[in-house]
Design a binder for this molecule. Sequence first.
Ligand code: ANZ
Ligand code: ZN
Length: 868
Amino acid sequence: MHEQYQPREIEAAAQSHWEAQKSFEVSEQPGKDTFYCLSMFPYPSGKLHMGHVRNYTIGDVIARYQRMLGKNVLQPMGWDAFGMPAENAAMKNQVAPAKWTYENIQYMKTQLKSLGLAVDWTREVTTCKPDYYRWEQWLFTRLYKKGVIYRKNGTVNWDPVDQTVLANEQVIDGRGWRSGALIEKREIPMYYFKITAYADELLESLDDLPGWPEQVKTMQRNWIGKSRGMEIGFPYDVASIGSEGVMKVFTTRPDTLMGATYVAVAAEHPLATLAAQGNPELQAFIDECKRGGVAEADIATQEKKGLATALRVQHPLTGELLPVWVANYVLMGYGEGAVMAVPAHDERDFEFASKYGLPIKPVVRTSAGDETPAPWQDAYGEHGELINSGAFDGLDFDGALDAMEVALQKKGLGQARTQFRLRDWGISRQRYWGCPIPIIHCEACGDVPVPENQLPVVLPEDVVPDGAGSPLAKMPEFYDCSCPSCGKPARRETDTMDTFVESSWYFARYASPNYEQGMVDPKAANHWLPVDQYIGGIEHAILHLLYARFFHKLMRDEGLVSSNEPFKNLLTQGMVVAETYYRTLPNGGKDWFNPADVEVERDAKAKVIGAKLKSDGLPVEIGGTEKMSKSKNNGVDPQAMIDAYGADTCRLFMMFASPPDMSCEWSDAGIEGANRFLRRVWRLAHAHVSAGLPGALDLAALSDEQKAIRRATHLAIRQASIDVGQHHKFNTAIAQVMTLMNVLEKAPTASEQDRALLQEGLEAVALLLAPITPHICHELWQQLGKAGSVIDAAWPTVDETALVQDNLTLVVQVNGKLRGQIEVPASASREEVEAAARANENVVRFTEGQTIRKVIVVPGKLVNIVAN
Ligand code: ANZ
Ligand code: ZN
């Protein structure tokens, strides 16, 4: 054993051992408990960042711990390889997205391997490879035939200069991010997954996921947004509209019906189209609305605007004529694309009516009273007793709903309805670097799914996009084809799928990554699924997790998997944050400096009080801790840290800095500390091993002092087992090992018994740290003379007899001041403890000439003597 801790050699040796032994390759083993541990797979952006390192370390610690519990653990890894960054990089560097992506994968794979992850690399999945996306296309064609996927027109952001469709995040202040051109809304045909058909189940089965954070379930519930309400019909006023008909609205507040003072429709609503005929001003407004962004957040915050029309509809109960407005805050894609406006009780309607001088009629008594004077108050939206509502006056919310429903149903103008906020999932992207949609357009036959024997539709990999429209749409060699039904010349779809589709089922493919007869081998999939522990960032709390849950149910309904949910337990890791430093530029902007280039000054309590740039020695401002990001230039490159300290130190630092679900603050001092601790462990082990390994421990012959050491070992095992097993609190588990190390470092080594005790303690240290710092523990285990390697060792168990204490040490205070210690048998009575305390020589000295008024005994801890 080397005297010095040399992480480079140790880590290389452990990794080649695992590789040679195929330690992490797993297969289905009937009868053995399985544990499927999955970290969200990375996008191959180029290199790992600290967030990756944290995510994969957490997953690895859990996987290794479960393996030590005797389970058959699957921990796979792969690449979420399609997506826009590859196209952007391609345009910037004139290299094909495929080449860029595959090179990134190669590099990042070596980085991941250097972390020493217990990953079964034979199961690596790369979503941009045809052997993967072929099955996505296969499922697409099945679902299309079933009607779970359908085509309809959808609204997109259109860049008229680049002649391309932009994603919401590529539209900045209404302009294209590359061209700067004003963005238009366009209607184009798109393919949709009917996720709304699963809305109820997606909502309800959240209740079957006790292993998910409440916060994430709430976010999913809100996103699905089930609201109970009513569909209400407003009959056309034939005089102004020119025909008979009913305008429908969806409302969650039928109780406010008597307060409706106008109705408003979306720009795309048929009544808007009708009103615009011969009304150029209205037509211009409609065009303007259609141009705006399509992101829902924009619509919620944008200024409410509208235009009156000459059209009228009748109030369904009173027959009163209400004006029809076209308003930009009404969405075509939601409810009926029309609202009954109740300005007294709806904030958007209130703002609109105030602006355009429309009547505001309160019909609910709220905690704010019977009136709704400006400005808007949240209380106006409360439920309450009905007023100004004729026959409905005095009813409460539920009573009003029932009464309104009866009254409306009599006229055939109302029906209870549940509405979901969730929309169908539009997956068509007019992009190149994605999975081709397997559809052929034939003039005679329409949309024809590509037959199974013609799959996959392979994406050509040697294309460099130029940013002006989809390259596939300019490649006849791609789109020219013949119709699978009639054989006539036809055109292949050139849109690709949303990259969220690939990440919606990769977890199932890992079970049988090389299976060629289907999307998954049902036997393997059902053996491993559902995932026992899923780990990833909170930024995926909504879309990715919802789509993956949806896909799992789609696959279930195809008979591919038998479970209802893909992820039994979910851990959302906190962010990695670091201090930020900046100088304010003359133009008011900020110039951010990387922490590595800054020297901080600390006061005696290690609090940062100032900072200077290393290069010029002049001060910089301290900007507080923030998520590591390019924009704040506070990222720390994990590779530099691994190169400098080794993977074990980085892993230990990350796991010790905070519990996994909290944010983790990067600090140089922290990583130094982690490294120092590993060197301490090494030093003690080295000293111990150099003296020759001791014989067996003789439990019957332990002195009290020796019993205390053994007790420390087993206390550490007990606490660390609780911390890791029940709460994923790796930080406190590490603290337990540190406490144990303090004891072991001071332990005597004179006798064979002493050294046998130290051996037991060091073995416990190696086992408890093995999931966290696997390389050093691999080496320690061998050096401690253990047979087999530590990854095949079992998690240590507590010897309860070691925890029993014969004697207790109690602190003795006189008037609250520490004056000494006493040693008493663990079985001593209160009286015996008190007597021992009174007899303590310090106590005698400090109470001399005084009267003892009271003796307080805190069992197992202290005795306080009150005297004066
Ligand atoms: C009258 C009313 C009175 C409303 C009131 C609210 C408060 P959730 O809960 O999100 O489903 N709405 C309906 N369709 C709309 C559309 N296409 N675009 C914009 N807004 C629309 O919201 C349902 C409420 O949103 C409905 O209830 C409707 O306004 C509005 F005191 O109707 B309410
Ligand atoms: Zn045809």
